[in-house]
Design a protein around this ligand. Structure first.
Ligand code: ADP
Length: 586
């Protein structure tokens, strides 16, 4: 997912339509509240007019009371409508953001792991959090504010004309003179502001680099040069900041001069009409009220335009993620696995390159048959393709040529869920989830009873150390939980695999050395889990290869030798060299 180079299009926001459609009734209610509130604000102008004309002009207390009461009624209704709009729209923002996050999460975990070879997890997370937050703000307030201001702007323009066509004419002619320079200078101000931020970033980067290399700086007595250069950077940053300050100051000057100037001018023209009796004092006041409303709504809308574009960018990034298709697709009419399974694994002349390295073959014409119930240890130098074999067997990737079969069936013909259902994986770095020991082991089979979990832990030589934890099996493991040793983590992962009780077991042994006691416990656990299943182990330990029925030596993506430990040592080839160097307990 490369970042989009062009500016975002507002049409990207169409992404939200299906999510909004679920809440049609609430949207309609919010829209109605918004319309009512906007109309009531417009009504306030009429209230002002009446208050002044009937109350002050004719100096009648009763009329004044009546007008004030009416105003108060309008204000109460306005407050109510605003409450309803704000509540409904914020509610919508929360709901749609929650739905979007759920949809993205569901989508992302269904993608092939190959997806994470190219996309950075941090980028995916940013799309799920920051970009969704931008859309939440869009629905939660930006959009409704924009609409509210648009309605008020249109309404206030109409009311200007209704109140005094002549003054309205003047405003429409004068408005661009006021608005255009302010918008232009405002844009320039934003550009300059970005420039000033960049200069400060340069400054920080320079200081950071110098500080990080302080020993080198001083060893080479480079301080004087650094001081001078830093001084230059500071001067550049100040210059950029001052340019921005001048632009802001000018905008303020113009806003006051042109804005209040225009109001004074209208008051002057309108005042003459009032004196001549062509316009009432109330009408003039209402007119000024509407003119200010036009200006403030217009200003709000142009401010919010930036937010709308930001939201379009966010919607685009979210849309890209949701459009990502899994590289592995389930066949339309999957073939079922024969039951009971035998658990035979066969690689037939498999050629495979990772999608990110199309030129480099991780497996090159690899063929291997593992008999049901057999334990095969895969050994070979780093990068030989051992882990890749496990990944293909789980169908995280498809080979470019050749086939992988289980019990004679091409795994591409199986439903991936059924395929993975008959395999348990113990990864090189066992994953411990943020939960207690029960749930960490139950991950292998969510419906297992406590007694079954305990039995699996016992078989994996994990029961004793789990019982010894402060709260036994209820102890929270994983991040911010108890610290487990590497061997203990492996035994929990093995217990998980035992509980799953699959016909096929894939083990990627950790390369890190274990202490003698842990080593023995892990070997014991491995023996327990491998019993009665077809087992493929990426082996890094002498004890493991000794226990295996057969050792397969891999190099550069192909099988170069196989046999027992003694046979292979006797041959004195790659295996003998590896055995001398690589086995952590040799
Ligand atoms: P082993 O497990 O024997 O150390 P691997 O199966 O991990 O070897 O790797 C085989 C080859 O594939 C290596 O050249 C490795 O660099 C490459 N490789 C492994 N994983 C990936 C990946 N996710 N993307 C691209 N290349 C990979």
């Amino acid at each position: 997912m490369p970042p989009s180079p062009r500016p975002p299009r507002l049409t990207a926001l169409r992404l939200l339509l299906p999510y909004l459609a679920a809440y049609r009734a609430r949207i309609a209610a919010a829209g109605a509240a918004l319309l009512v509130a906007a109309l009531l604000v417009l009504g306030l102008g009429l209230g002002v007019k009446r208050l002044i004309d009937t109350g002050f002009a004719h100096a009648g207390t009763a009329a004044l009371n009546h007008a004030a009461l009416l105003m108060f009624g309008v204000i109460t209704a306005l407050a109510g409508a605003t409450f309803v709009r704000f509540y409904l729209v914020s509610w919508l923002g929360e709901r749609v953001a929650a739905d979007l996050r759920a949809a993205m999460f569901n989508h992302v975990i269904s993608l092939s792991p190959a997806f994470l070879d190219t996309a950075r997890a941090g980028d995916v997370l940013a799309r799920m959090t920051a970009d969704v937050a931008v859309l939440q703000a869009l629905i939660g307030w930006v959009l409704s504010q924009w609409l509210r201001n648009a309605v008020m702007l249109a309404g206030a323009l109409v009311m200007l004309v209704v109140t005094s066509p002549k003054l309205a004419g003047i405003v429409i002619v004068v408005a661009p003179v006021v608005v255009v320079p302010i918008i232009v200078l405002g844009r320039r101000g934003r550009r300059l502001s970005r420039g000033a931020q960049d200069r400060v970033a340069d400054l920080t980067a320079y200081a950071e680099e110098t500080l990080a290399a302080l020993r080198t700086v001083q060893a080479y007595t480079h301080e004087a040069i650094d001081r001078r250069r830093f001084g230059q950077e500071v001067a550049r940053a100040v210059e950029a900041a001052l340019r921005r300050v001048r632009a802001s100051a000018t905008v303020m000057l113009l806003v006051i001069l042109l804005g209040f100037g225009a109001i004074t001018f209208s008051l002057w023209v309108g005042g003459r009409d009032v004196i001549a009796g062509r316009l009432s004092g109330g009408e003039l006041s209402a007119f000024i009220f509407y003119a200010v409303l036009v200006a403030s709504s217009g200003a709000m809308m142009s401010e919010l335009w930036g937010e709308l574009q930001r939201a379009a960018g966010a919607a685009e990034r979210i849309g890209e993620l949701l459009a990502e298709r899994p590289a592995i697709v389930a066949p339309a009419d999957p073939q079922p696995l024969p039951r009971p399974m035998r658990g035979e694994i066969r690689f037939e002349a498999v050629d495979f390159c990772y999608p990110t390295r199309p030129g480099q073959r991780a497996l090159a014409g690899l063929s291997l048959t593992v008999a049901p119930g057999e334990t095969v240890a895969l050994v070979g130098p780093s990068g030989a393709g051992k882990t890749t074999m496990l990944q293909l067997l789980l169908r995280f990737y498809d080979p470019q040529a050749g086939r992988v079969r289980i019990d004679g069936i091409d795994i591409a013909r199986l439903d991936p869920a059924e395929l993975r259902g008959c395999i348990a994986l113990v990864a090189q770095e066992p994953v411990i989830f943020g939960d207690n020991a029960w749930e960490n082991i139950r991950y292998g089979r969510p419906e297992a009873s406590d007694a079954e979990v305990r039995a699996a832990a016992r078989a994996a030589a994990a029961e004793a150390f789990l019982d010894a934890l402060p709260e036994g099996f209820d102890t929270f493991l994983g991040e911010k939980g108890v610290q487990l040793s590497g061997g203990q983590r492996q035994r929990i992962a093995i217990a998980r695999a035992i509980l799953r009780d699959p016909p096929i077991l894939l083990l990627d042994e950790a390369t890190s050395a274990l202490d003698a006691e842990n080593e023995q416990a892990v070997q014991h656990a491995l023996a327990a889990v491998a019993r009665g299943r077809t087992t493929l182990v990426v082996a890094h330990r002498l004890a493991t290869v000794r226990r295996a029925d057969r050792i397969v030596v891999l190099d550069a993506g192909r099988v170069v030798a196989q046999g027992t430990h003694a046979e292979l040592i006797g041959e004195g080839g790659l295996y003998a060299r590896l055995a001398a160097l690589q086995f952590t307990d040799a």
